[in-house]
Design a protein. Structure first.
Lengths: 465, 421
């Protein structure tokens, strides 16, 4: 027995909260997927596509994404520093404030308070709350690491430190705005410059919310689940430093063929290509780790979550740079290909890895076993099939849209009016709703499994607080 | 050494955090902070104006309703995109856009060139019921914003925050305006700073150039250098005017045998044809016309010539379409319903746009030929455009590039068919 206690309650609180917000985000996702092919599902003023879509993206990025990152980061940091959090009470307030903030933020988006910058839609008062939340998080992460009882900092801690710093810089700079009322502000930056700042943020928020903290989980929970140490420490050092260096150059690949100066676009594209290397550094490290004993894929139910997760990360980081190339961008930019791409990352990589980490953590906290491996396997197959159906359908639609927009008659005139190109998306959009439903069913299996595990754990013995 | 450093780095959180910060800031500074400090990120078109109070209020509504989730506001410099939407977006158009609203997804069409494309009434009706215009549109209905009055003091605060100029009268005028009025005003100003290319019903190069005569030396058919300039002028004109063809006829003087003269005249015409070919004019636009009398008129010097003259094909002649063909009319009916009926009414009796069956055309009480109908549909009635001597006052978008020529002729055929009823 250690002579200290881990603050499991806060960890659990964040996990349960993030699952709750995840359900909200996924349900709204299904809703807007129906609105895409049936506009009568728009209920003005609060439930039109334009408002719901931001609740969907923010709910999942901030609620499910950041919520689970907070909880799992606390869990990882305590274990890797061999001590409780520096300020456990602060972490508890952090949890409360998190839920209050997400609730108010979601309401504000329903009400149409919207800065119109993608993934930075929240109006300025909520931005301030987000910054406070982040500072609370940073204090505990840095403080605990500084006062650690284990000399060496493991890979996961590097990724967490980078996350804390990068998100702070990105979030604060891009949300600088001119307040024009209690819930209304205008971006401090204008026009082309506003676009450049926003996509510097937009892309790197993906990098430092959906990549680095998830890699921290991957590097920690994969060895823990399989009992196999990470294959190459050296590779992880190279991958880490090149990733955090290269990421911040790449935002302009979202602005290919816009009026943004060409050199910034080209630089963005070039560094995006370079990013394949560090991304695959982690992919290869993951494969070779499990490569020590591939039978783990069968014998340990979590291994396949991690391996499929890192596989989708690998595919994502090949597809992303490809999309950045001008020749590909001209065809698929602004089409449904892009949501297809994003959802491979979020449904494939992020959700798989987070779910596996939660499967690992919850039984540990309750000193028990998972309620049902069979249900976990069912969960796995449902989310895998749902996600693949979603992404592949959207890639096909995207290519079709791009091609129809470009198609010309022999005399050089356009072959299709915009409406003619739109109606051809409907069957694919319907298919996407079905895919989303399959994914949702998978997530319900997950939630049920976690709920039953907690119940089982509680009945066995009171959890250590 | 290296491993010592690594050990130290990965055991010292402060050093590690500092280095990570530096790594993160390099790309940030080069691609974001540095450009921000330079002129290239703050361009402004000469005739770009800050938003008026009403327009800004409309932009606020656009932001609130998340229109940018489905509509982009940037036309890429790609050929088909420019055909579909209009002039590609310029960096200097957006100097007053806090934030930019370029968007990232086109579930609906791009809006960078929506300003002035349709009359206000079109927007009011379309916002209220997009499906009345495009039955299969997936756009939500926004009629409810008609019931929301603007709050002038709010709008004034917004104008102040952005430091946009306004008059007290402008704010007072907002009192009886709704969010719908504001949104329509915003629609109409999008892209207004980019000068639209002047459109005339007649071809862009209105005056057909004079025929060019090329004089040859006795018995020769090689092209005299000095004559090339005149022909180049014709070729240049043909590149501007898509409907223009060139007719080339060769002549000789009266000396020599008729057979030799015929051969000579033909070769001279071929020499001239070469000039057009090398200027990039395709053969289907070059007509080699053998004159009835090979020997040219006038003095001998004048007679040893080739004449090249421009002939305009009428658009109708360029198609083999028969406007009274029942199938053409039926095609036209479908196209009319999808593209025209929302403004001109299901039976062409007029609604947002004028009646098409009253024999009044562009504010004149007399009809115009089919060609002019074609031109109007093709080019749209942007303000100042001239069709058959009649000045347009704006309101109708051009379908050039959107619908091919046969489709536009089918629509003309359908309009003719309902006029005769």
């Amino acid at each position: 027995m250690a002579d200290y206690q881990y603050d499991n309650q806060t960890v659990k609180g964040f996990i349960v909260s993030s699952i709750f917000w995840g359900v909200v985000g996924i349900v709204i996702g299904l809703w807007i997927s129906i609105q895409m092919w049936n506009p009568s599902w728009n209920i003005p003023p609060y439930f039109t596509f334009g408002r719901l879509r931001v609740v969907h993206t923010n709910g999942l990025a901030f609620g499910l994404g950041i919520g689970s990152i907070f909880g799992l980061a606390y869990y990882i940091v305590m274990r890797l520093t061999k001590r409780p959090l520096l300020l456990p009470r602060l972490a508890r307030y952090h949890l409360y404030l998190f839920n209050i903030a997400i609730t108010l933020a979601a309401l504000s988006l329903f009400l149409g308070m919207n800065q119109s910058n993608e993934y930075a839609e929240l109006e300025w008062p909520f931005d301030i709350v987000v910054v406070i939340l982040w500072v609370m998080f940073a204090i505990n992460i840095f403080g605990t690491i500084l006062k650690r009882k284990e000399e060496q900092m493991y890979i996961s801690l590097w990724y967490l430190i980078a996350t804390v710093i990068a998100v702070a810089v990105l979030y604060i700079v891009n949300n600088l705005s001119i307040p024009a009322g209690l819930f209304k502000s205008y971006h401090l930056f204008a026009g082309v410059n506003s676009a450049n700042v926003e996509w510097w943020y937009g892309h790197n928020a993906v990098g430092f919310i959906f990549t680095t903290p998830i890699l921290a989980m991957f590097y920690y929970f994969l060895p823990k689940s399989t009992g196999i140490p990470i294959y190459s420490h050296r590779l992880s050092i190279i991958a880490f430093w090149s990733l955090v260096f290269a990421y911040l150059w790449t935002g302009a690949h979202h602005l290919v063929y816009t009026p943004l100066p060409d050199w910034i676009q080209t630089l963005g594209i070039a560094f995006t290509m370079f990013l394949i290397a560090p991304s695959w550094g982690s992919v290869v490290n993951g494969y070779y780790t499990v490569g020590e004993d591939w039978t783990k894929m069968r014998t340990n139910y979590l291994t396949k979550f991690f391996i499929l997760g890192i596989t989708f990360y690998g595919l994502q980081t090949i597809q992303g740079p490809t999309q950045g190339l001008r020749v590909v961008s001209q065809l698929i930019h602004y089409t449904d290909w892009v949501p297809g791409h994003v959802h491979m990352g979020t449904m494939g990589w992020v959700t798989m890895t987070v779910a596996a980490s939660v499967y690992y953590v919850i039984p540990k906290i309750y000193n028990t076993e998972i309620y049902s491996i069979k249900i976990a396997n069912t969960h796995f197959w449902f989310v895998l099939i749902g996600q693949l159906m979603f992404s592949i359908t959207m890639w096909i639609t995207g290519i079709q849209q791009g091609a129809l927009w470009k198609a010309v008659n022999p005399d050089g005139s356009l072959k299709y009016t915009f409406m003619e190109t739109l109606v051809r998306n409907y069957p694919y959009w319907q298919m996407r709703t079905v895919a989303g439903l399959i994914f949702t069913v998978g997530m319900l299996f997950f939630i049920y499994n976690i709920y039953m595990t907690i119940r089982k754990g509680k009945s066995l013995a009171p959890a250590r607080t | 050494m290296a491993s010592e450093f690594h050990k130290k780095l990965h055991n010292s959180p402060i050093l590690f955090a500092l280095l990570a910060t530096v790594a993160i800031l390099v790309g940030t500074i080069v691609t974001m902070f540095y450009p921000m400090m330079t002129e290239q990120m703050h361009p402004k078109l000469e005739n770009l104006k800050p938003y008026t109070a009403l327009q800004l209020a409309g932009r606020d509504v656009y932001q609130r309703e998340g229109c940018n989730n489905c509509h982009t506001q940037t036309v890429r410099p790609l050929k088909t995109e420019v055909m579909r939407y209009g002039e590609y977006s310029k960096a200097g158009e957006f100097a007053y856009d806090h934030p930019f609203l370029w968007g990232s997804k086109r579930t609906g069409p791009d809006l960078a060139r929506i300003g002035g494309k349709y009359p206000d009434m079109w927007h009011y009706r379309h916002f209220e019921n997009p499906q009345a215009f495009f039955a299969q549109s997936n756009m939500p209905k926004y009629g409810w914003i008609k019931d929301n009055k603007l709050d002038p003091s709010d709008v004034e605060a917004h104008m102040k925050a952005l430091d946009f100029p306004y008059t007290p009268q402008e704010i007072a005028d907002l009192n009886n305006k709704t969010e719908m009025d504001a949104l329509v005003a915003y629609m109409q100003v999008i892209g207004a700073a980019v000068t639209k290319k002047p459109i005339t019903g007649e071809s862009a190069a209105a005056v057909t150039p004079e025929p060019v005569k090329v004089l040859f030396a006795v018995g020769k058919y090689d092209m005299p250098e000095e004559a090339k300039k005149g022909l180049a002028g014709l070729a240049e004109y043909m590149k501007q005017a898509a409907g223009a063809g060139v007719v080339i006829s060769g002549y000789t003087d009266k000396t020599g045998s008729a057979a030799a003269n015929e051969e000579l005249a033909k070769n001279r015409a071929k020499s001239v044809r070469e000039v057009f070919r090398s200027a990039g004019i395709s053969d289907d636009r070059i007509v080699m016309k053998k004159p009835e009398v090979i020997t040219g008129s006038g003095t001998d010097v004048d007679a040893r010539r080739v004449e090249a003259r421009i002939e305009m094909k009428s658009p109708a002649a360029a198609t083999s379409i028969n406007l009274s063909d029942a199938k053409v009319i039926a095609d036209g009916r479908v196209l009319y319903k999808d593209n025209c009926a929302s403004c001109h009414g299901a039976e062409g009796k007029g609604d947002i746009g004028p009646s098409l069956v009253d024999r009044e055309f562009l504010y004149n009480k007399s009809d115009v030929p089919d060609d002019v109908y074609f031109s109007v549909i093709d080019k749209g009635t942007s303000e100042g455009a001239v069709f058959a001597g009649r000045k347009a006052k704006g309101g109708m978008p051009g379908y050039n590039g959107q619908l091919d020529k046969n489709k536009i002729w089918s629509i003309v055929a359908y309009i003719r068919s309902i006029q005769s009823k």
